[in-house]
Design a protein around this ligand. Structure first.
Ligand code: ATP
Ligand code: MG
Length: 112
């Protein structure tokens, strides 16, 4: 299993959610976050040494999926979240060891 964490522009959330729903994703978690990438939001030199970084509002989506779903999930998100302008965001993939569906006690792939 994989845990896919995606940071996108907030106005792209609905499009990404719809696209994921269309490929059969049954659950995800959304969090409003702040962050910066290579442009550091708006980097400024401060007193010659420190950088004053502007955090920009972003939306983070976490979804736990099976290994087989990974390629389709990545391409679907990359397509739906793409504008071609800076700040489109990133997709992070990590291995997921264990999942428990609390109501039923099912585990791992059956619990997704
Ligand atoms: N290396 C990173 N680790 C954790 N979060 C990151 C990382 N890079 C980007 N992010 C998150 O993704 C958001 C969007 O990043 P962004 O798309 O601006 O990356 P970038 O590398 O600057 O690419 P681009 O040049 O297209 O803007 C950031 O605001 C931050 O929340
Ligand atoms: Mg950037």
């Amino acid at each position: 299993m994989k845990l896919v964490t995606v940071v996108i522009k907030p106005f792209k959330l609905e499009e990404v959610r719809e696209a994921l729903s269309d490929i059969g994703i049954t659950g995800l978690t959304v969090t409003e976050v702040k962050g910066f990438g290579r442009q550091k939001g708006h980097a400024e030199l401060y007193r010659g040494a420190e950088y004053n970084v502007n955090f920009l509002p972003k939306v983070k989506i976490d979804l736990a999926i099976s290994d087989e779903q990974l390629d389709e999930v990545i391409s679907t998100i990359a397509k739906a979240a793409h504008t071609g302008k800076i700040g489109d965001g990133k997709i992070f993939v990590t291995s997921l060891d264990h999942v428990v569906r609390i109501r039923t006690g099912e585990t791992d792939d059956s619990a997704l």
